[in-house]
Design a binder for this molecule. Sequence first.
Ligand SMILES: [Zn+2]
Length: 407
Amino acid sequence: MANYFKFKIQQKLPRSLARAGIISTPNGDIETPAFIIGGTKATVKGLTNDQIKASLAQAILVNTYHLMLQPGVEVLVKSEGINNFMGWDKPTFSDSGGFQVFSLGMAFKKGLDLTSSSIKGDPKHARHTKSQLAQINDDGATFRSHLDGTQYYITPEISMQLQHKIGANIHMAFDELTSPLASNEYIKTAMDRTHQWAKRSLNEHKKLNLNNTKKQALFGVVQGARIEQYRKESAQFLNSLDFDGFGIGGIFEPQEIMQVLEWTNNILDPNRPRHLLGMGSGPIDLFLGVEMGIDTFDCVAPTRQARNGALYTYEGRINIKNSRFKDDFGPIDPDCSCDCCLNYTKAYLNHLFHAHEMLGPILGSIHNEYFVISTVDKIRQSILDGTFYKYKKDFILRYYQQEIDQF
Ligand SMILES: [Zn+2]
């Protein structure tokens, strides 16, 4: 494997696909399994880099679609990459932009629609409609910015060029994600297209890496939705190419995680790391993903939920705005060691949220990120010391039993 990227397995967990390891990048190591914090627009919403590091984050994932629209990748080139731009000196990931082209365009059919006179830099004719924003063919995808309606065209080659300009340590091949409602026939078409795009992404990436002093690693993305045959076919195809690692995309339902990852990860080369793209609903996904061979996760839910007052505790999720916390002077969770739990009370956070003070979402985000990252760190430790199954059982019993009472 290349000298700018290494993955070393330290310990495998018997009777499962789980492993603890270390991913090495030019910006440092990531001890896995690891939760990669979502930094979509080159910011983890509301948090400074010191606060992000205090939340135990080892790496950040930024989003190509959002950065190409704003501030534009040329700004990132001038600042010599995303790490310099953000002032973040630890490892970085970027996604390909495929998910946003899909989610802000085709699948959910919402966003901006423009008259033909308003293309490129003239958003005043923009109007919100439910019409389609993106069109995909075998060469690439045409879509309009959700910000100002400007039309863009993205291909696997362009995605690689953009991601090399962004300059994250690990980036993703351009893929087509299908809607959860897509027909089997369309899933097959999109998967075949994703495979062709994977080859084109890899070729372009290799060319760009030759001339790039800051070399990057590339992960191929497995698709195939909920269908066993397609997932296995996709894993076999991606595995035959010399990607540095793999992303696994397109899992929408929590109950699909175990099955899809079992189909996929029994085929993928175990010596290359696997990233679950945009995991879903709650802490149980972390345990199931790790057990099925996932090394890194990303998700924006911890900060998004925190901004709404939904905070994680070991006894389940709470809504801090609830009136029962108005005079509760204990921490969010007495077993959490984050800055929020060590220094502030539930009553204070309840007040901040009701007064719409910005410190409320900031403290909530610090807590939720710390909670999720430290949970994954404990999962890693439990693999190393052989206590994974006990830790999983105890955690889930405590978290979900209580959650049923609260909601
Ligand atoms: Zn906390």
